[in-house]
Design a protein around this ligand. Structure first.
Ligand code: FE
Ligand code: FE
Ligand code: ZN
Length: 276
């Protein structure tokens, strides 16, 4: 099965997202667990979660991806910001148990001047405080563009975080094509080389999802500005190679391109057309 989808609004609940996904030809999707800029999370309706699970089981589709809000930063120099990140992540993981067996992706954080080493240590400390042996969710570190003091622009940084997490089988990585290109990995020009490096440094078994975004900027720009498929420096052909790469089969591919639903539907159709 080819799991392709896009980021969807979660404001009308799980079943509505599932139905929207079906209406645009998606076989997976991503959603924010709460307002991406705010903190308040809506209470989850167990009946809505159950109805979504039934729909997804009936279709035989696989995992969906939850995305943590952008505002959390587990490695801020401000202790209250770190504490807020910990509480938000812990609360989100509890809420994810309404849809067990899925993925929860977050941006590792920005060290805000503390240095990479301290940042990595604080991120791992947070993960060790919130992961539980009982949880049914895999937590993903997203590969970042390396903008400002962002951690996760180098595969080695993600490896270091994973090395320090105790419940390591609860952890994985989400590869964002725009971010890795911006981070200096030429995923458009040398996909095999980038995946070989990923495998050596992190391990391909850790790769659980991809964000498929073109980039408005060239390799190594550290900007993080997404473009529609084929409208950036990566180019349409690069996405054909990515979705068809043998090492990436069965993984969910999620679009986070600047689009409304009709645009997403068109990109999903385009990628399905390119899928061999
Ligand atoms: Fe992200
Ligand atoms: Fe992303
Ligand atoms: Zn991004």
């Amino acid at each position: 099965m080819f799991y392709i989808g896009c980021h969807l609004s979660s404001s009308n609940g799980f079943l509505a997202m599932g139905e929207t996904a079906l209406s645009i030809g998606a076989t997976t999707f991503q959603f924010f667990t709460r307002n991406p800029r705010g903190s308040k999370a809506k209470t989850i309706d167990p009946a809505d979660a159950a109805a979504f699970r039934a729909l997804w089981a009936e279709k035989g589709y696989g995992v969906v991806v939850a995305h943590a809000p952008y505002t959390i930063n587990p490695c801020s120099k401000d202790e209250r910001t770190r504490e807020f990140a910990l509480q938000t992540l812990a609360d989100d993981l509890q809420r994810m148990e309404y849809i067990p067996g899925n993925l929860y992706n977050f941006h590792p954080g920005s060290h805000t001047g503390q240095g990479v080493e301290t940042g990595i240590a604080q991120i791992a400390e947070t993960l060790n405080a919130i992961l539980t042996p009982e949880q049914h969710t895999t937590v993903l570190l997203e590969t970042m563009a390396g903008k400002g003091s962002e951690i996760g622009g180098r595969f080695e940084e993600l490896r270091e975080i994973l090395n320090r997490v105790t419940l390591t089988d609860k952890m994985g990585v989400c590869l964002d094509t725009c971010h890795v290109s911006d981070g200096g990995y030429d995923i458009a020009g040398d996909l095999d080389g980038v995946l070989t490096t990923f495998d050596k440094v992190i391990g391909l078994h850790r790769l659980k999802a991809l964000h498929v975004n073109d980039s408005l900027n060239p390799v190594g720009a550290h900007k993080d500005r997404h473009a529609r498929i084929g409208e950036g420096y990566l180019g349409k052909e690069a996405f054909g190679r990515i979705i068809n790469h043998p090492a990436l089969q069965g993984l969910p591919f999620v679009l986070e391109t600047p689009n409304e639903l009709p645009g997403y539907a068109a990109e999903i159709a385009l990628l399905k057309e390119m899928k061999r």
